[in-house]
Design a protein around this ligand. Sequence first.
Ligand code: ADP
Ligand code: ZN
Ligand code: ZN
Length: 763
Amino acid sequence: MATVAKVVVDVPTMQTNQPYDYAIPADMVDQAVPGVRVVVSFGKGTREVMGVIVATTDQQDFDGELKPVLRVLDDHPILDAELLALSRWLADDTFAFWITCLQAMLPSALHADTKWLANGAKTVGSRGHVATEDFIVPLLAPDEYTTLAEQQRRNATRRIKLLTALAQWAASHDEPRLHAVVGPDSFDRATVTAGAKQGWLRIESREFYRRPYAQLDAQARTQPLTPTPQQQRALDALIPAITAEQDRTFLLEGVTGSGKTEVYLQAIAATLARGRNALMLIPEIALTPQMVRNVKGRFGADVAVLHSALSDGERFDEWRRIERGEARVVVGARSAAFAPLTNIGLLIMDEEHETSYKQDDAPRYHARDVLQWRGAYNHAPVLLGSATPSLESRARAAKGVYTYLLMPERANQRPLPPVQVVDMRSAQLDSASGDFSTVLLNALRTRLDRHEQSVLMLNRRGFSSFVMCRECGYVAKCPNCDISLTLHLDSHTLRCHYCGHEEAVPTVCPSCGSRRIRYYGTGTEKVEQTLHQILPEARVLRMDVDTTRRKGGHAKILKAFGQHQADILLGTQMIAKGLDFPDVTLVGVINADTSLGLPDFRASERTFQLLTQVSGRAGRADKAGAVIVQTYNPDHYAIQLARHHDYERFFVTEMGIRHRSGYPPYYFTFKLTVSHPEDRLAAKAIYQLAAELKQSLSDQAVMLGPTRGAIARLKRRYYYQIVIKYKKEPQLHETLERLLTTTQVGSRNVFQIAFDREPLSFV
Ligand code: ADP
Ligand code: ZN
Ligand code: ZN
């Protein structure tokens, strides 16, 4: 019998990255099992903390008397053996605290919070977040109700009405929802309560699910399409791997419109037919509502959807449906990689090149690695799909590490749209605006005349609006962080998106006193105004952070555009994703260059991906499409090759550059960041770390830095960083572990070290 629980406590320090032993009181033996949350006391005194039991045993490692487990918070394990093992691997792989990894796997409704710990954590466990509703349960037989109804006084009309209804419910075994029954033209609550007192009925509180997509579930299911030959070839490779339960990775490279979705859907169907379940990740659900609709359309209520735009309650309920085996297909964004789905037979990652799959807070994982870990655990294939695979994945496919599947044609045989590159250095600009070349403007006019739709993308480096003085160039910045404040038009305040600092919008410049302080929008607003001037008859929908801040904002705009309520959809990068509108025949990119200018070795790759994605929005149905790209760098290879839809040439060219300059995928990379409230001490710590690293690294490894962080000051802390590039450093992991656990850099509360394996960028 297990008498000792190994508990990972919610005290994130490196010293507590191993489980602690606690005694299991005799009356808790049945509940205190691996995968439940518990409350234990930690350290000296009576401080109570949350923890997760990761194992139980009858032998203690710690000699001395063990403290007892105080309370068990869950009535069943909320993390199964797979997720517990995954959490340990994740902690090792990302150098994160184990407890942080465990919490990353749980919906926020199940996270520890100090409030409920202070309250004794009795009422709030996994039960406390369940939504319940009252139901009316008839207790007598139908004819008993009829008899009772006859015995009532004539004028007791309400009672008679209730008894008659109860007779019906009892006959049909209906247990109606109380709130649906009580109402102005039915029963009042007092009558129902009186009926309960009489022993006629019972009011029973029952759990129900908050269902975000109930409407979609009610719709008729779509039928599988007959695969095109290229889809059939992909399926012929995939389905045997699903059936044979092989943990292989496939890279499905398919041009935009090649029909990758149908391949996913048929592969999922094959998985379900085999009695196994499927997990599918998509980059940002808010931006690609069509994918959820497609998967729900085929598999209905068997599909659970997990993403951050759901309310905590909705997410918790979808999570429970998965945990209970009531959903067999999970579609979700990054963190859905940890969905409590069992018996997984297929893992899919759509748009596998997307940066949103990498988390930039601890644990700094890439969802692709998590899927591959779960694929190995479950003996299931992983399918990565993209029109523009990441260089890392395409290189692995070239080496044969991944199985390479290519779909070079559109499913409907439509050619990819021709792309015209407009050289803005010499372009004739319409006098009304420097943003529109005559070519683009004329193309927009033609679409208007033909009642066709256009998509216009403004490639922006950031996404936010800010305030600047036209006199002296002053930009409002956060007093705690080295970051400009973002203007929120709705509340008319300036807010720091890093620390939450908030202040009023100034009317005079705090620096020079001038009144010429102006608001600079996302750029899209300015372009929208210009469009109104030069094409007054055009109806324009704008999609950017300002217009999509509210819940469901994206969906509303996309729906309106889909219903042809506008001629032009104008937006930032967020419109480049999987939109599929049949009447869009023109895509215009107002400025292709901004992403090229990023100080990032992936700048060309990002630009190529973005241009390819957005071009793919044109001419998807019967009408031919066209793309116009405005740029000040018309000869840049990323722009030229995107123009020719030539991923292969781009891959080869870019690999050459990465090889010559020693970047991924030829090198592995690792970023190490140190921060401290005092600049001097942060600098001292990073140089100390650099010195120690230099000693243990081989001379094959390259160290970049130490340098100041790209954001040198954040939340009143100063940041410094080192990037290591290496090919083979078997000692590296151990060295970093040692650096983390030794106290060389001082007390951990003041210094913070962050490790990032394969960072998305060096800045
Ligand atoms: P991708 O995700 O590869 O860009 P989609 O999956 O969106 O492409 O497919 C593009 C279009 O082709 C969609 O409208 C889809 O319905 C259609 N399509 C895909 N496969 C087939 C097929 N086998 N037969 C007919 N139409 C198809
Ligand atoms: Zn000023
Ligand atoms: Zn700040």
